[in-house]
Design a protein around this ligand. Structure first.
Ligand SMILES: Cc1cc2nc3c(=O)[nH]c(=O)nc-3n(C[C@H](O)[C@H](O)[C@H](O)COP(=O)(O)O)c2cc1C
Length: 226
């Protein structure tokens, strides 16, 4: 065997040392990154907690509540129906709902809902008081087109606020439609699919609340949840 072949198969000691050092360096870097990730994890969770709490609080301005909303949550899972006509919420995955309590009575609920938008799922949270009146609607996830369907976002228009204080009593079902379809909700020029989907989804969520009002208002989250 030639000397050159020998060098290729058995790298000199110095080269092996360099490879070992590189390996140790890479391992050190991975260790450092893992430590940094874990060190900031608690802060990230606390920030997400605060952001969610802020969103939940904006959903309930008129509802008196003396409980911590994040501690009064329950899961609505399309795979394990627990309420009547749960499919009215349109959920594709299990989502969290929240109860507002005041002096030991349920004063409102925050329900998750979902519908198909123009570009993908629209995931929302709807605040409803104990009488079935909307206290707030917020978007958790949307993929709509900028300048068209994405105008549902509160930083681009006040459209979402047009749901506040509505109920099935003050806005009967036929009026839960865009103005161009004979209803009471504004459309966006060139984009009617997104707003129409949300109007329908919110009406169905109010129907879900009406069907399950007694059960929802009687929920006692101190008991172990199924
Ligand atoms: C590239 C592209 C993106 C669009 N994005 C949206 C959207 O996000 N939301 C929406 O409602 N319509 C969107 N539209 C418009 C719809 O295709 C549809 O024409 C419109 O919603 C109907 O509104 P009109 O009845 O006022 O014409 C988009 C259209 C195109 C070509």
């Amino acid at each position: 065997m030639s000397d050159t072949n020998n060098r290729v198969q058995n790298p000199p000691l110095a080269a092996r040392g360099a490879i070992l050092r590189l390996g140790l360096l890479a391992l050190g870097a991975v260790l450092l990154l893992t430590l940094a990730y874990h060190a900031t994890a608690a802060r990230r969770i606390a920030q997400q907690h605060q952001a969610m709490l802020a969103t939940l609080t904006t959903l309930l301005p008129p509802i008196p509540h003396d409980n911590v909303l994040l501690d009064a949550s329950f899961i609505i899972d399309p795979a394990t129906p627990r309420f009547a006509q749960q499919e009215l919420l349109g959920l594709s995955t299990a989502r969290t709902a929240y109860l507002a309590r005041s002096a030991d009575a349920v004063s409102g609920v925050i329900l998750p809902l979902e519908t198909a938008g123009y570009n993908g799922p629209l995931k929302l949270l709807l605040g409803i008081d104990a009488n079935g009146t909307i206290t707030g609607l917020r978007i958790l996830e949307q993929h709509e087109t900028a300048g068209l369907g994405a105008r549902i976002e509160l930083d681009q228009s006040n459209w979402l606020l047009s749901f506040d204080r509505r109920s099935l009593d003050n806005t009967p079902p036929p009026l839960w439609a865009l103005k161009q379809d004979g209803g009471e909700f504004d459309q966006f020029s060139g984009a009617t699919i997104t707003p129409r989907a949300i109007v329908n989804a919110v009406r169905k969520a109010l129907e879900f609340f009406a069907l399950n009002r007694t059960a929802l208002l009687a929920l006692n989250l101190e008991e172990p949840q199924a």
